[in-house]
Design a binder for this molecule. Structure first.
Ligand code: KG4
Ligand code: ZN
Length: 332
């Protein structure tokens, strides 16, 4: 018997609802993005995001239910990490639905959802594998032993990779969100033009740090301006992307080898980056292993990925009571 899960995601600036069958098949998938609105402010304004979620949540849920046209077996919602006010809108809606429909409520860690986006795009994908999860708020190298058995090998000690993209884009005057802009401009630059620093930690070689890299990029731009030298923005973007990709790829491949695995998976908004995708593909080809990543639409925030992971929680009867609260600092 198949399981249809209605999933809600409101952790940041996307109001999203999807209906997913058996963790892999999308029956409906609605995403109302507030990104255009936040271009005006150069970033997400939490209070405005919460209010927008309140406006959008019911129409988005309605559309997802109508499009799917099936009976729902469980309600899933992102419980954290994310913006507390934004999370609460999705959680309140999910609780209301679970109560009135008398269906189980599943609270999903947003980061688990990002990993599960790969189960939708690759129907053959099964653990174990090594996963690089790089988003606006998080950067992790993960050993995915089973669907719900995930070990963190390393993570960022300061800025997340996506945060570094957004911050240097802002300094270069490229606007918000920065990742896609740096990606597009960097394609015309020379990644070897400027040597930016790479972080390494002796006590945990899987860990990252992007704060020093961000400062080095800002210094490069400011010094050039002071000297009245021209900043070749394409080269800055490409060289920055190379510095980020080098450490992300190196630490991921370290995990692949240490645990003797044959699959590499990428997830999160930064997995949309074309330079990183190419570099990771080259490293996987050299090691004769397969690489998977979701299409760009499922790298960034969506509810389909939440519905996918929720299925594996459903199989373990990992349900929440109706006093579920938002967990803005939830970890892996
Ligand atoms: O996973 P996500 O949608 O939201 C979080 O959970 O954080 O990731 C958003 C992040 C932003 O920092 C954005 O700039 C970055 O992903 N991003 C990219 C690209 N597309 C989105 N970074 C680099 N290259 C891209 N093409
Ligand atoms: Zn996300």
């Amino acid at each position: 018997m198949s399981v249809n899960i209605l999933a809600i995601e409101t952790s940041c600036d996307e109001t999203a609802c999807a209906v997913i069958r058996d963790g892999r098949e999308i029956l409906s998938d609605i995403v109302a993005s507030q990104a255009e609105l936040f271009k005006l402010y150069g970033g997400v304004v939490p209070e405005i995001a919460s209010r927008k979620h309140v406006e959008l949540i019911i129409p988005v849920i309605n559309e997802a239910i109508m499009k799917a046209g099936v009976d729902i077996d469980a309600i899933a919602v992102t419980k954290g990490p994310g913006l507390v006010g934004a999370l609460l809108v999705g959680i309140a809606a999910a609780k209301g639905l679970a109560f009135t429909m008398n269906k189980p409520l599943i609270g999903v860690n947003h980061l688990h959802g990002h990993i599960a986006a790969n189960f939708i795009s690759d129907s053959e994908l099964k653990p174990p594998f090594i996963c690089l999860l790089a988003s606006g708020g998080h950067s992790h190298v993960l050993l995915v032993r089973d669907y719900t058995d995930i070990v963190t090998l390393g993570k960022t000690r300061d800025d997340a990779a996506g945060e570094a993209f957004d911050k240097i884009a802002r300094a270069l005057g490229l606007g918000y969100p920065g990742g896609p802009k740096v990606d597009a401009i960097g394609k015309n630059g020379n990644p070897e033009a400027i040597t930016f620093p790479r972080s390494h930690f002796r006590d945990n070689p899987y860990d990252f740090s992007f704060s020093g890299l961000k400062t080095a990029v800002l210094n490069h731009v400011n010094i050039a301006k002071q000297k009245n030298e021209q900043v070749i923005i394409e080269d800055v973007c490409a060289s920055f992307e190379k510095a980020v990709a080098d450490v992300l790829v190196q630490n991921t491949i370290r995990g692949l080898k240490e645990f003797n695995l044959n699959r590499v998976v990428m997830a999160g908004g930064v997995a949309a980056n074309s330079f990183l995708r190419n570099e990771m593909q080259k490293a996987c080809d050299q090691n004769h292993v397969r690489l998977s990543y979701p299409p760009i639409k499922y790298c960034t925030d969506n509810a389909a990925m939440i519905g996918s992971y929720a299925y594996f929680q459903f199989l373990k009867s990992d349900f929440e009571s109706l006093d579920l609260n938002a967990q803005p600092e939830l970890r892996l």
